[in-house]
Ligand binder design. Sequence first.
Ligand code: ATP
Length: 314
Amino acid sequence: MEFASGQKKESVRLQPYNPEWANIGELVKKDMQSVFLQTAIDIRHIGSTAVPGLKARPIIDIAVAVRDFKNIPQFYGTLDELGYHHKPESDSENRIFLYSQKSKFNIYVHIVIHGKTLWNSYVAFCDCLKKDKEVRRKYEELKESLASRYTFDRRAYSSGKSEFVRRVLRTKCDIKERSCGAVVWRMRGGRRHYIIIKNRSGHNGFPKGHMEYGESEEETAEREILEETSLKVTLDTSFRSEYRYLVDGYIHKSTLYFLANYSEGTFRPQKGEVYGIWLLPYEEAYEQLDYEQDRRVLRLAEKRLAHDEAEKKR
Ligand code: ATP
């Protein structure tokens, strides 16, 4: 079937497992290694074609884990020469997408951030399919029924699978993520004031973010504070307050906060990431926080700073 654009409409057709998929997967991984060198932290064949014995649409999905996306565009030229083409309209905030038709199977390359949810989920789900025969059998059954129902509707086919994937991630996988940040404060008019930010997910909290590969907790906290608020701070790592929560029902996230002080500089919210920043006295900052765990961190920070102040006055 042809679209007006001339693009072929792909139907959903499952094929029995083909060991050639693994060979192509290895070749693509080698290509990626030769291009990205040290920039690639890890490269994996993911998705159904990576799972021996599983029926699949013949698409070779390769995930390349990188520390961040800053330097990736410089590789597009070389990738293009090797037959891997960047498709910006398929990029998302969390993924850079390339495709290739250099083999008789479609090849998709997903460049993602190491340690973030997309990478963690790709790897965990695929590993689970490889290890757990029962999950594999149920997944294949579901795919067969979706493929016969939605043969010409790839989108419906894919969204039919996502509830299953989420359930497996929730019940069979142990995905851990970690962020670091700080309770940032300064003296103003003789009172302690605290930085509160409104983040992308719409809740008010402290500056913090994902630990990049190879970073220490302190490096993450300083980098995230600088990126999110533009403030250069002095960290006090003798204060550590950590808590855990579950994101989307399956990601076991832990967040660590230090204390951080600044005496000069103006704050500016990071575009697209931070929707507001306030510098508030303790009571008002406390009122603004959405989560009890954050309120507890602030109580501990205030207690500690009040104690330090009293000690100094002695
Ligand atoms: P990061 O800034 O660490 O990179 P993020 O901005 O992607 O992370 P989180 O702040 O962890 O995401 O928020 C993810 C989800 O978890 C949101 O729905 C948020 O409301 C919820 N969440 C955040 N903090 C807590 C908490 N202390 N307790 C419960 N849920 C929380």
